[in-house]
Structure formats: C-alpha cells, structure tokens
Design a protein around this ligand. Structure first.
Ligand code: NAD
Length: 296
C-alpha cells in the first residue's frame, strides 16, 4: 500500500480519502476547513497542517478542489516543489480543459506526471467507492493512476490525452443539468395533473423518461432512494458547482462552435437559482424555484 496525499476533503473528497484509507493506504490529508480535516481523521486519514506537508514523500497526490483556480494555486504553491518525480498527480476536481492542460504541461516541465480524472456519481458514490473516473493523460500516466482510482471507483475510463477527462466531464454534466431540470418540471406537471409523486416515479423510473436524475437522484423527498431531497436539499452537489460546470460547457461550446441550446437553457435556470441565493443548496433543489416557492 502507498502513501497518498489528499488535498480537498469536502463533500466528495472526504469520502474518497476515507476509501483510500479503508483500502490500506497511508493517507496524508489537508483541507482549509478544520471540520473537514477532523472528519478525515475520524475516517482513518492523517491530518496535516499544510498541503506541502501532506505531499512530502507521497507516491500519489490526489486533489478534489472546487474549481480551476484552486487547483492551479495548490499545484503552483504546494505540489510543484514538494512532490517527488516518481509521484503520480491525480486531479479529480471538475475544472476547465485549458487549466487542466496548463497544469499538466507545467507538471511535465518539472519532470512530474499528471492526469485529470474528474468523477461522476455524486457523494453517494464517493462514500461507497463506486465513482466513475474519466481520465485524461498518457497511457503510462493512466496505468500509474489506475490502482489508486480503483480504490475509489467502479469504472475507470481513459478518455485521451490531458484535458480529455475534463472534456468528457463537462459534456456529461451538461446532460445532467438539463435532465435534472426536465425531471423537476415533469414531477411538478404530474403533480398539477393530479398524479402522486410516488406513482409518477414508479412509472417514469421504468419507462423512457428514466434517467440518473430520476432514479438515482430523485429531486422529490420521500420518493426513490435516499437523496439530498430527503435532507432538505443539503449536502450533495451544490447548485453553484452545477452552474460552474454548465458555464464551462457553454464556454467550451462557444469556443468550438457547437449548438447546445438545452445546455444554455439549463445554465440560465441555474443562474437564476444562484441569483436567489441558493448556490449552496443541492442542485436538485431547483425544483423549489420551479415550484415558485418563496426564496430568501
Ligand atoms: P466542496 O466545496 O464540498 O469541497 C471542496 C473542498 O476543497 C472544501 O472542503 C474546501 O475547504 C477545500 N479547499 C478549497 N481550497 C483549498 C485549498 N487551497 N487547499 C485545501 N483545501 C481547499 O466541493 P465538492 O462537492 O467536494 O466538489 C469538489 C469537486 O468535485 C468540484 O470540482 C466539483 O465540481 C466536483 N464534483 C462534485 C460532485 C458532487 O456531487 N458534489 C460530483 C462530481 C464532481
């Protein structure tokens, strides 16, 4: 088993670091949040006072941070200068393709090997160790990252060169943003047409309206599996992060001239939700806005 540095122990990183520890790795953890560090300690990780301290002597450096600017600053300030050239650098955050490539190029210039390995699956999968990883990097880098990713996920897919993992991720999340909004709309319409949410779920979840947003992340409380809807839309995947991903997708779409009107509509909806001060609420909570419930 290996010594692994884990930076960013939030909703996702907390469960992922815990799974690495559970699988026998010596996990040196760092987060700016004391609370997140305490949780990681309780899950078997060794809390460290800085990212640099966590990285020293690590065979793998895993980052799970909010956005590109956090990844770039952690790489610049702590990874470069402290990581051994034999270490594999694995960034699991969802960030823009350009930053992912820039960070990987900067790593290569220092003799380091990096992959972008964003995830799909949400906190349930992060806790259960059943994430899907989409990986950008060389074949050799993918092979080096694989054993660590396998301890946190169930599906590891090599998407292509550096940046390809992030490209796959934003395309995936463009589908997710649009299907979540559509699923919320369908529940609300069903309700107004006199259908019980449970009856609609039972039908749509085995019909052609089925999607992950319906069956694995149902936005209606008390229906389907346990989801953030059952916890007042707390935890889970913050609407602000969904908005971030939709903005990344729309920026990429403009860059390459792709037609993505559904993605653009989803971005507008999540912008409106965030403008109502709901960015910290789980992204399935957008059903409240569509329902016309009073917002703070
Ligand atoms: P989060 O905000 O819960 O966690 C991020 C953590 O990073 C926080 O604990 C924060 O304190 C820490 N952090 C920020 N800057 C830091 C720094 N400089 N050094 C150390 N720690 C720092 O976010 P999350 O929901 O865990 O998401 C993390 C990433 O995973 C995001 O890029 C998100 O888009 C992606 N993602 C999230 C989900 C989900 O369901 N939550 C699913 C797939 C992908």
């Amino acid at each position: 088993m290996a010594r692994v540095a884990f930076i960013g122990l939030g909703n996702m990183g907390g469960g992922m670091a815990a799974n690495l520890a559970k699988n026998g790795h010596d996990v040196r953890a760092f987060d700016l949040s004391e609370e997140a560090l305490a949780k990681a300690k309780a899950a078997g990780c060794l809390p460290k006072a800085s990212a640099a301290e966590a990285i020293e002597g690590a065979e793998a450096v895993v980052t799970m941070l909010p956005a590109g600017k956090h990844v770039e600053s952690v790489y610049t300030d702590a990874v470069f200068g402290n990581a051994a050239t034999s270490a594999i650098l694995i960034d699991c955050s969802t960030i823009d393709v350009a930053t992912a490539k820039r960070v990987a190029d900067a790593a290569a210039a220092k003799g380091l090997t990096a992959v972008d390995a964003p995830v799909s699956g949400g906190i349930g999968a992060a806790n259960a160790g059943t994430l899907t990883f989409m990986v950008g990097g060389s074949q050799d880098a993918f092979a080096r990252a694989e054993p660590f990713l396998a301890d946190m996920g169930k599906a590891l897919i090599h998407a292509g060169q550096n940046g390809a993992g992030q490209a796959a991720k934003i395309c995936n999340n463009m589908i997710l943003g649009a299907t979540m909004a559509a699923t919320c709309e369908a529940f609300l319409l069903a309700e107004k047409l006199g259908l019980k949410a449970q009856a609609f779920y039972d039908i749509a979840s085995v019909s052609s309206g089925q999607s992950w947003s319906m069956t694995s992340y149902c936005p209606v409380p008390g229906v389907g599996p346990d989801t953030p809807a059952d916890h007042d839309y707390q935890g889970g995947f913050a609407a602000a992060l969904m908005l971030k991903d939709l903005r990344l997708a729309m920026a990429a779409s403009e860059d390459v001239g792709a037609q993505t009107p559904m993605g653009a509509q989803a971005r507008e909806l999540y912008e409106a939700f965030a403008d109502q001060g709901q960015g910290g609420v789980d992204f399935s909570g957008i059903i409240r806005m569509l329902r016309g419930e009073a917002q703070e």
